[in-house]
Design a protein around this ligand. Structure first.
Ligand SMILES: Nc1ncnc2c1ncn2[C@@H]1O[C@H](COP(=O)(O)OP(=O)(O)OP(=O)(O)O)[C@@H](O)[C@H]1O
Ligand SMILES: [Mg+2]
Length: 367
């Protein structure tokens, strides 16, 4: 044993004082020893002192070792402390198995062998430390994750206020001083307004993106066809004069979060609509097929498509496969869709041939 290591604490529990003394002698070089002489005293001591391991006699009057272990496993303060049983009945396999099934880490039979007890305690302490570390790191990770989520949400939220100021002051400037501004100055102000508008859309995209990680899903039975119809109507309002064929399969039901799935369908339909704007006879379909007995939903268009070699970039935030002057966008839509689908336990993938169209498929996992 490495003596520089921090000394662990062992709780030795036995109603027989000689046995306690013996275990103490064997272990005291390497560990701080605390003792108890009954099942109840063991529980109280373990909860108060948080030893690294408990060496627990099975047979004690009143509450025996098994009962004490069972009680401790229901207590937050004790359930993570490893227990080594001390059993006199070394032939009684059933009882040993029973103890291990109750959650004991190991057992040792009396009369106690010095080196065996030392070795088993050493292993138990090591396991306890490793488990403590994992528990601690897991706790830290979940705090860090939560902080990160709320950070990106509040950062994008807070960016909006100063942006609104820039917007309203440049509008006021244009309104109140347009006459005394030279043409070039007015032009500059218009450029500012366009950039502000672009940034506002970017922030909104970011906000939706982080919102979908922060908010818990509220899964219910939803009618995807109705959602698609609804999002389609919203989309068309932007360019009502555009002619396009749309086929939304009726009655597609699923289990999921209604508002999150609206975001999914909005973005997929928005893309289908946007990337088919140069197509002669554009058509879009929303439907379902069955694969391995599971529904696979799809949104299909006959628009610009993309090169499948770049398909792995589709879902990265801010990554785009088309130029801004060709098709406008922020590159955040599919990243958001991807997250929502993943949160539902589903998957998303796409198939496309450049200049012929694209189909996006998604599943939603089990209910
Ligand atoms: N139906 C589609 N047809 C062709 N290319 C597509 C289609 N859907 C997505 N893409 C490609 O994937 C990229 C990422 O899509 P995504 O929806 O994330 O961003 P975007 O549409 O550019 O911007 P926005 O954030 O406004 O949605 C797009 O820039 C485009 O190149
Ligand atoms: Mg998009």
């Amino acid at each position: 044993m490495d003596h520089n290591e921090w000394r662990g604490t062992v709780l030795v529990v036995d109603d027989n004082e000689d046995n306690v003394d013996l275990a103490e002698q064997i272990l005291e070089d390497d560990y701080d020893i605390i003792t108890a002489d009954s099942g109840q005293a063991c529980i109280d001591m373990a909860a108060a002192e948080q030893p690294d391991v408990i060496v627990l006699d099975v047979q004690m009057p009143g509450m025996d070792g098994y009962e004490a272990l069972e009680k401790m496993q229901t207590m937050d303060a004790c359930k993570n402390i490893p227990v080594i049983f001390l059993s006199a009945r070394y032939r009684d396999v059933d009882r040993v198995v029973h103890g291990l099934e109750l959650g004991a880490l190991d057992y040792i039979t009396k009369p106690v062998d010095d080196e065996l007890l030392q070795a088993k305690v050493r292993v138990a302490v090591r396991i306890k430390r490793a488990e403590d570390l994992v528990r601690q790191q897991r706790a830290e990770l979940s705090v860090a994750n939560r902080d990160l989520k709320s950070f990106s949400y509040s950062a994008s939220h807070d960016l909006r206020a100063p942006l609104r100021h820039i917007k309203s002051y440049s509008e006021a400037l244009l309104e109140d001083y347009a006459k005394i501004l030279p043409q070039e100055g007015r032009f500059m102000l218009e450029r500012i307004a366009t950039s502000v508008q672009h940034m506002d859309l970017l922030i909104e995209g970011l906000l939706n993106f982080s919102r979908c990680t922060v908010t818990e899903l509220n899964k219910v039975e939803v009618d995807l066809s109705l959602i698609a119809e609804h999002e389609w109507v919203k989309l068309r309002q932007g360019e009502p004069e555009r002619q396009i064929e749309i086929d939304i399969a009726p009655g597609l039901s699923a289990v999921g979060d209604k508002s999150a799935l609206s975001v999914v369908l909005y973005n997929l339909l928005d893309n289908a609509w946007k990337y088919s704007k140069n197509t002669v006879q554009p058509s879009i379909a929303f439907g379902v097929m069955t694969e391995k007995k599971l529904p696979v939903y799809f949104v299909k268009d006959n628009g610009a498509g993309f090169n499948m070699a770049n398909a792995d970039k589709l879902y990265e935030p801010f990554s785009r496969l088309h130029n801004q002057d060709e098709f406008e966008g922020n590159g955040i839509g599919l990243a958001t869709v991807h997250r929502i689908v993943q949160k539902h336990g589903g998957e998303i993938w796409a198939e496309s041939i450049a200049d012929e169209g694209a189909t996006f498929f998604f599943t939603l996992g089990g209910g």
